[in-house]
Design a protein around this ligand. Structure first.
Ligand SMILES: [Zn+2]
Length: 309
């Protein structure tokens, strides 16, 4: 997600266009930072017993660091594949005429870049590959836990989960999977932040989320991210329609607008928030399982062993 500025909504009648345009500051990100924290906390609290205390001892640390990738984006920190922003999305429907499951997009990164070129590949995003990369880091750290003299492995696994949580949560945001990522193609600019941040934070207390359900992911983590993005893309049209309806005849994105938007998108928002939390817990369970279920250090740092002579 990106930083969304406080809601500043006003309407103006465009001098040159006769249509009424609802104006919102340009903020196009995923879940707002607070929403990332909320989902990550929920995932940690709902972890399966075998791995729950391992993460719970660093609950605050993991929750806070689940926003790191947005900070890297803001600070323009770069990884091996280049700038950070494309790591947060993949516009599944970028190719005209393409349809779910968007098999036009090669699932291998090199093939994707080769097919569309480095520029377009950067423009349309690379979330599944980035998420896979971080997942593999977490998996490697879990494997290291079982090895001798790897004192940092446990913390590395926890940090990798914090970072991975971010990308997984982003993949659940419908507007991170579509070319019309901010309603810019349909004159609905700002819908990204209105739906993902403002709507959620306004209604945090009333939204009913399903209990976290962690399952072992089969079929590979990258493919799981592709499936998540395909599901996200399918939800875009409904949210855009709800936005149009909610904004009809209104001058401001005010309380009444958000009440109307909630009516039209509540089920979608509740489902995606719930699924995002479950996906984070599932990723942790899957990596730990794939690493051979190493015994995990539990409740906090272990006391130094007594040296006997
Ligand atoms: Zn993000």
């Amino acid at each position: 997600m990106r930083l969304s500025s406080p809601v500043l909504t006003r309407v103006f009648w465009s001098a040159c266009v006769s249509a009424c345009v609802l104006v919102f500051p340009v903020t196009t990100g995923a879940w707002g930072m607070d929403v990332h924290r909320l989902i990550t906390e929920r995932a940690l609290d709902g972890m399966p017993t075998e791995i729950k205390s391992f993460f719970a001892v660093e609950r605050a640390f993991i929750t806070e660091h689940s926003v790191d990738p947005d900070l890297w984006r803001i600070m323009d920190l770069r990884g091996d594949r280049g700038e950070e922003p494309p790591n947060h999305f993949l516009d599944m429907d970028f190719e005209e005429g393409s349809k779910p499951p968007f098999l036009n997009i090669p699932r291998e990164y090199d093939a994707y870049v080769q097919k569309y070129g480095a520029g377009p590949a950067t423009r349309y995003g690379r979330l599944p590959w980035r998420a896979e990369e971080v997942y593999n880091r977490m998996l490697a750290s879990f494997k290291d836990i079982a090895k001798p003299n790897m004192p940092f492995a446990a913390d590395n696994a926890r940090y990798a989960l914090a970072v991975l949580a971010h990308y997984i949560e982003d993949a659940h945001v419908p507007f991170h999977a579509a070319l019309n990522y901010d309603g810019q193609l349909t004159n609905q600019r700002g819908i990204h932040a209105r739906f993902e941040t403002e709507l959620i934070l306004r209604n945090q207390k009333v939204l009913k989320l399903a209990p976290v359900k962690a399952v072992v992911i089969t079929g590979g983590f990258r493919d799981y991210m592709f499936k998540t993005l395909i599901d996200s893309q399918a939800l875009v049209e409904g949210i855009l329609a709800a936005d149009l309806k909610a904004a009809e005849g209104r001058e401001f994105y005010d309380d009444a607008y958000f009440d109307a938007l909630l009516k039209g998108t509540r089920a979608t928002a509740e489902r995606r928030l719930s699924e995002a939390a479950s996906a984070v817990a599932s990723a942790a369970l899957t990596a730990w399982t794939e690493a051979g279920k190493p015994a995990l250090p539990g409740e906090g740092p272990r006391p130094p062993a007594r040296i006997r002579r």
